[in-house]
Design a protein around this ligand. Structure first.
Ligand SMILES: O=C(O)CCC(=O)C(=O)O
Length: 285
């Protein structure tokens, strides 16, 4: 459970790091399962519904960039999504009735791991209220060298920045004046978790080390937060996405700043693809 100090920190800063949420045995299992998916990616030549590949990926040197919807790909990832310690922490932050509105595993393999340009998750999936957050489960130690998550503290209370370029959504901040001054690295040991608010500005640099930085990302939302994009959540999908508590068909409306991610990004499939062609790159994508 989070202490009152940790809760206060999250409310003020919009993020939190919590060490040792997963046991060494649980971490080992996640590492082994992830190694198996990297092996499987040798047979994959193009991005598909499960695998997203680094541009330099080959069968000889498999470079899996992202595993999509990991909780649907292996029970170990599903157990992590519904881990009682994780759900206890998330409940303290956004309430007891929780749905999952997306999950992914960003691998950032040694030497090649692609960066993620600065963005707010809220730009991708605005809801009727902003009781949404993402939990990052560190499968490896997460360091400045291997491209840990970087955050801009307090920006979850600020404006919604423009994520459009040439009139289309591009999944990254496009204001040329934007500089992530004051950015803070979220350092974690394997088994620790990061938590970041859906409106917090964040990004992460390429992996310039010889160590992988695999981060399992789970998006949780309060059950009464409904997506604003038409057709984004049919009822059955929503009910199936509940990880704790009861569904709710009375959305809670909050005075939140919103920009829709429309018209859709030129390149789809993952944030890495959405951000292709970004002119205002801060990490050289
Ligand atoms: O992998 C990371 O460090 C950042 C991930 C992220 O922000 C995302 O995939 O939306």
């Amino acid at each position: 459970m989070l202490s009152p100090q940790q809760l206060k920190f999250y409310r003020a800063q919009g993020y939190l790091a919590v060490e040792a949420v997963f046991s060494p045995a649980e971490v080992r299992e996640l590492q082994e399962v992830t190694d198996q998916f990297v092996e499987r990616s040798r047979a994959v030549t193009e991005n598909d519904a499960v695998f997203d590949l680094e541009p330099s990926h080959t069968a000889q040197a498999p470079r899996l960039r992202r595993l999509k919807a990991p909780s649907k790909q292996h029970p170990a990832y599903h157990r992590a999504l519904t881990h009682p310690k994780v759900l206890a922490i998330v409940s303290q932050l956004i309430g007891p009735d929780l749905a999952c509105n997306g999950d992914k595993l960003n691998l950032k393999l040694a030497d090649v791991g692609s960066p993620v340009e600065w963005h707010q998750d809220w730009a991708f999936y605005p809801h009727t209220n902003d009781d949404l957050l993402a939990v990052g489960v560190a499968i490896d130690d997460s360091t400045a060298e291997n491209g840990c998550l970087m955050v801009l503290p307090g920006t979850h209370r600020g404006p919604m920045l423009e994520h459009h370029q040439d009139g289309r959504f591009i999944g990254a901040v496009t204001d040329p004046a934007f500089k992530p001054d004051g950015a803070v690295p979220v350092l974690l040991r394997a088994g620790g978790i990061s938590v970041h608010h859906v409106r917090l500005l964040h990004g992460s640099a390429p992996n310039r080390s010889n160590q992988p930085r695999r981060l399992l990302l789970f998006q949780y939302c309060a059950a009464d937060a409904w997506p604003l994009l038409p057709g984004a959540k049919p009822w059955d999908t929503y009910v199936a996405s509940m990880v704790q508590g009861s569904p709710c068909r009375v959305p809670r409306l909050a005075p939140v700043p919103v920009r829709l991610p429309l018209p859709e990004a030129r390149f789809g499939g993952s944030i890495y693809e959405n951000q292709r062609g970004l002119k205002n790159t801060l990490y050289g994508t």
